[in-house]
Design a protein. Structure first.
Length: 158
C-alpha cells in the first residue's frame, strides 16, 4: 500500500499544473502529430538510402546531389536514419509530456532546439557547399521549425 501511494505521488509531483495542462496537452499532441510527418519523411529517405534506390525529386532538382554528398552519411550511418531516430524520440517525448511528465517536456525542448541548429547547418550546407537543394531535406527542416514554434507557443503561454 505504501509503495502504491509513493508511485502516485511521484507522477503527480512531476505533472504539469492543472491550469496549463489542457493547453499543454493540445500543444504536445500537435507536436506528436507533426513529428510523425518528419518521421515518415526521414524513414522514406533512410529506406531509399539503405536499399540503394535513387530518390525522385518532384518539386525541385537536386535531391541526388544532396543525398549522395559526403554530408549524407555520418560515421557510416545515413543522416536520414539519425533524423528518423530524432523524430521518433520527439514523438515519444511529446506523448509523455501530453500525459503530464514534465521531465519529458524539458528533454523535448532541448532535443528540438538541437534539431533546429542541425537543420540550419544542413540548409547552409545545401545552399553554399553542395549548391543544390533536396525537397525532402527542406520538408524535414520545415517540420523541425514548426515543432520549435509549437514549443515556443507552449512556453510563452504557460
Amino acid at each position: 500500500m505504501i509503495e502504491q501511494s509513493t508511485d502516485i505521488d511521484q507522477k503527480t509531483s512531476s505533472a504539469i499544473p492543472p491550469s496549463s495542462s489542457k493547453r499543454s496537452t493540445y500543444i504536445y499532441t500537435a507536436v506528436a502529430i507533426v513529428s510523425l510527418i518528419g518521421l515518415a519523411d526521414a524513414t522514406y529517405l533512410t529506406i531509399e538510402h539503405v536499399t540503394g534506390q535513387s530518390v525522385r525529386c518532384t518539386i525541385i532538382a537536386g535531391c541526388s546531389e544532396v543525398l549522395s554528398s559526403r554530408y549524407a552519411v555520418i560515421a557510416g550511418v545515413p543522416l536520414a536514419m539519425i533524423g528518423a531516430t530524432a523524430y521518433f524520440t520527439v514523438f515519444s517525448l511529446a506523448t509523455l509530456a501530453a500525459f503530464g511528465y514534465r521531465f519529458a517536456g524539458s528533454v523535448l525542448n532541448s532535443l528540438v532546439s538541437l534539431m533546429v541548429l542541425v537543420s540550419l547547418w544542413l540548409i547552409y550546407l545545401q545552399a553554399f557547399e553542395i549548391q543544390s537543394f533536396c525537397q525532402y531535406c527542406l520538408l524535414s527542416a520545415a517540420v523541425t521549425f514548426v515543432l520549435a514554434i509549437l514549443l515556443v507557443l507552449r512556453w510563452r503561454k504557460s
